[in-house]
Design a protein around this ligand. Sequence first.
Ligand code: GCW
Length: 695
Amino acid sequence: MKKLFILLCLGAPLALRAEDGHQLWLRPHAAVPVTVVAPASSSAVLATARRELQQHWQGAAGATVTLALRKDKALKYDGFRLSKQKIEAATEAGLLYGAYELLRRQQTGQPVASEVCNPSYELRLLNHWDNPDGSVERGYAGKSIFWRQDSALVVTRRDQKLWQEYARANASIGLNSSVLNNVNASPLILSAGYLGRVKAIADVLRPYGVRVYLSVKFSSPVLLGGLKTADPLDPAVVKWWQAKAQEIYRLVPDFGGFLVKASSEGQPGPQDYGRTHADGANMLADVLRPHGGLVMWRAFVYSPSDKDRAKQAYNEFVPLDGKFRDNVLVQVKNGPVDFQPREPFSPLFGALKKTAVMPEFQITQEYLGHATDLAFLAPMWEECLRSDTHQAGPGSTVARCTDGSVYAQKHSAMAGVSNVGLDTNWTGQDFGQANWYAFGRLAWNNTLSSSQLTDEWLKLTFAGSAASAPAAVGSAADWNAHFLAPVAQLMLASREAVVNYSMPLGLHHIMSATHDHYGPGPWWAPPGMRADWTPPYYHQADARGVGFDRTTAGSSAVSQYHEPLAARFNDPATCPDEYLLWFHHLPWDFKMKSGRTLWDELALHYDQGVQQVRQFQRTWDQARPYVDAERFGTVQNKLRAQSGNAVLWKDACLLYFQQFSHLPIPPTVEPPMHTLDAVLANDLPRPRANGPARP
Ligand code: GCW
């Protein structure tokens, strides 16, 4: 309490400068003098640790802090032993993470006991869906920070400064790896010119302990190398990859490895040559092994012919369990379909027992309101990580099945699809920064709670930011009561609000494709479009009811879950409400656990989502005295837009589904502001320049 009070006082004068969000959670504070004793070494990582402590120390004035390298059985990966004035680690990166942890504790007023902090995962990565031309797939915060169409190969001082700030932000939350380009990979990335820029990026990221990886296109030997085939078992293909790997490692000796999206959404892959995912992944793994590199092979696969897209990854990958090399990790999205506001966990977690599996989360809000809507995603990731797969008995949570606690695996990792771009505040929506922050912290410690994360992030990001301190903003108690508590509550409720106003009760994939997955589109099904890219495939609304029948009487996707989940999900009486229409097609008058009909319950959820956003607006308006004017105004405007978006979702979905249910909207629900015709008129499919690209 007392510390925070001091922090608020200290923070205020510095914050009189404009707060444009660029400093993220690393806003400068008046430093206190400290002496840092560290091993003699010319290592850049160690120099970073020392500098960070010297420049940002907030503990006792004149203290001496010792950094010591020491082998210790209790330490895992880049873990560290922390006390008030000493950090011990087995690696220099460990000392750096210890330094950031100590500074974070000081700034957030959390105590430091003598303790060991180990990361849950060996690799903690951001995946950037950035293209060589500077565009970012599903990016809503400006162009790529890595690539530019013009002068792609010229590295400017501005580039380097930005990359350094990026690396520092990552290191401060424990992230140690970045995949620099889109999984829909251009072969260009492996050309000599681009590799030169990869080296330049790697050189800037290295002092922060961040390694670089690349996404590669499986057909690169053909497209770039001029070979006739990319068959992974063809010796000429293997030779091509070997030479390419040598070229990369000459430039970037600590290069991490490849991320591959293959035989998925039109991307080439081993299946084009009658080979399996394991054949493809293992070939690349063997090529990288002599250099210590890894392959992350994505399990995001599905084909239009499949009757239930949610089943396909499991069907393709489970038969391959045990067939992958030990330097391959299979990268699995949190849910079986595609980063929807809510999905049950992917049944691949825990089912692959002899293969290292890594979770992939989406930080960028493709389906949760882009950089407009405020949605704090830690509760969604926490929900997935804590889901019990039961695959190795009770307690085999997704977290434990992927971090090496349940199955023996040589490597472990967690990836997040980044929301970072060239926007001054990096993420477009200021609260998007919280998702970057929370992802890194959860990759470091997959048992952290969402509420701890809001507490840390809000203190680091906003404490002392009020431009002119009104009399009331004088004490920590006041700040805690009138800013921290209500805004934390807003954040913690925000993802559920998005679920409520867009896809409640297990509905999924009913967004507008015309508006790039922003806003409602349950009707969207242009003639000739692949069915599994259209919302009606997923909601199946008809006169009888709504929802996708994945029970044993339907697609039987439930059977991919271990008991007791399969039975629980299979019966509408025991299936949790939040997954109900994911697993069941139910009549409009189905009696819910609440006693209401399904139709009424659906309407109430949509309405609740709208009311929640209205409440967020009120909360934020009341927070005004505690926030600098710039960020206050930006967030206020975004919440206004979100409020409109929520109403649109509610009106569009209820009016659309009402055509099938023929039931009245319950009187307690706010009446629609839009007509269905008006919404439809605004959502006519636009012609696409490049044919039927993924909508
Ligand atoms: O969520 C979908 C996106 C695509 C993306 C794909 C994937 C990179 O709409 O834009 O492509 O998933 O994860 O590969």
